[in-house]
Design a binder for this molecule. Structure first.
Ligand code: SF4
Length: 300
């Protein structure tokens, strides 16, 4: 475990708890690492743990904002939020709340509508929104209800950009497009949540994949990947937006998948792709758009 942890390049601090003046011989190897001992009864050593944690603070990477580089003060942004069976009762989900809060922090205007009312409100607007952000599942309807030159992306794409890097997903598209008969795909949903009858990860993505790409592909589901060997029998991985995990966790998972030479895709990009909305949904990220333009044809 230590070896695989150190291979990630992350700093390590070993805390030997229940310390009573000596380290058990079976744990002596730990003292070759950066370590500190704590007596759980007297709390001796706790101060030292805090001091050593502070020494590691320069390893912290602040997560970028969900809208970094996309909006400016006084921009007006329209959000499309379906309230379907999957929507939690009485509240919005984290990527939606985070986006609204960040827009307010950036002194932008924000309007939230459901997909059914979108066209009516959009046509009444006196100004063109700087950006429309939608839930991936209604991409198709939203795109058909607004003008083709209206910048449009999804919460899930923004979240994947915040947590990781969109380019490896885009570079993987040709391999998903050419997925062979009988291939196996792993779907990574990085938290537990209540599954609905028409669940995205277990129902919608497999169904769309079968309809649009290859009907004989089979799917498995996991919450996390720990060892590279877990990927041996898979031909590709589709990751959720990762809203409940840190950027470091999301990036480490992407690195692990790439280290095994497997193609990877993200929920938001998958929905944009199969709905014919690539490259439109990534036009606002020039470096990602450029990579897409260099790909062989991956559209349907
Ligand atoms: S972490 Fe993934 S599965 Fe969990 S709510 Fe966020 S996007 Fe969905």
């Amino acid at each position: 475990m230590l070896e695989s942890f150190e291979a990630t390049g992350r700093p390590l601090l070993v805390v030997c708890t229940f310390y009573k003046g000596e380290i058990h011989p079976s744990k002596e190897f730990l003292t070759h690492k950066r370590w500190v001992a704590v007596d759980n009864v007297t709390r001796e050593g706790v101060g030292e743990v805090k001091k050593k944690l502070l020494e590691l603070r320069h390893f912290l990477q602040p997560e970028p904002g969900i809208l970094d580089g996309l909006v400016r003060e006084n921009d007006f942004v329209l959000l499309v939020v379906p309230i379907d069976l999957a929507a939690p009762k009485g509240r919005l989900i984290l990527p939606q709340v985070e986006t609204i809060r960040e827009l307010l922090d950036r002194d932008c205007g924000v309007m939230v509508v459901k997909e059914r009312e979108l066209k009516m409100f959009y046509d009444r607007l006196g100004m063109k929104p700087s950006l429309v952000i939608t839930d991936s599942q209604v991409f198709h309807k939203v795109a058909s209800d607004i003008p083709p030159d209206q910048p449009l992306t999804s919460f899930s794409i923004l979240m994947a950009r915040k947590k990781g890097d969109l380019i490896p997903f885009i570079q993987s598209l040709p391999r998903f497009r050419n997925m062979q008969s009988g291939s196996r795909i792993l779907i990574l949903e990085m938290c537990s949540h209540h599954r609905q009858p028409d669940d995205i990860g277990t129902v919608k993505i497999p169904r769309l994949f079968g309809q649009m790409i290859e009907p004989t592909v089979t799917f498995d589901w996991k919450k996390q990947l720990v060892h590279p060997e877990e990927l041996t029998s898979y031909d590709g991985v589709i990751m959720c937006g990762g809203c409940m995990v840190s950027r470091r966790q999301y990036e480490n998972t992407m690195d692990l998948i790439q280290s095994q030479g497997k193609p990877l895709l993200n929920y938001g990009l998958f929905f944009a792709w199969v709905n014919g909305l690539l490259p439109r949904a990534i036009e606002m990220f020039p470096e990602v758009y450029e990579v897409y333009q260099q790909l062989e044809t991956v559209s349907f």
